[in-house]
Design a protein around this ligand. Sequence first.
Ligand SMILES: [Cu+2]
Length: 69
Amino acid sequence: MRVKVKGMSCQHCVNSVTKALQQLDGVKNVEVSLDQGEARYEEDKPVDRETVRKAVQDAGYDVGEFEDS
Ligand SMILES: [Cu+2]
């Protein structure tokens, strides 16, 4: 899955978003790109997009489009 993450400006932001996603049940192999402003992750079971959205928002960033990949 790919999801746009808005508001990241440095490596600290990347780390925050990465941690927020890694802690979610079913999410694995998280990769966050500052340049592309997006996060990629895989699911080892279905993960609700709203759960992902909320985790990223709680970390302080905005979430854009999700895209299957
Ligand atoms: Cu930052």
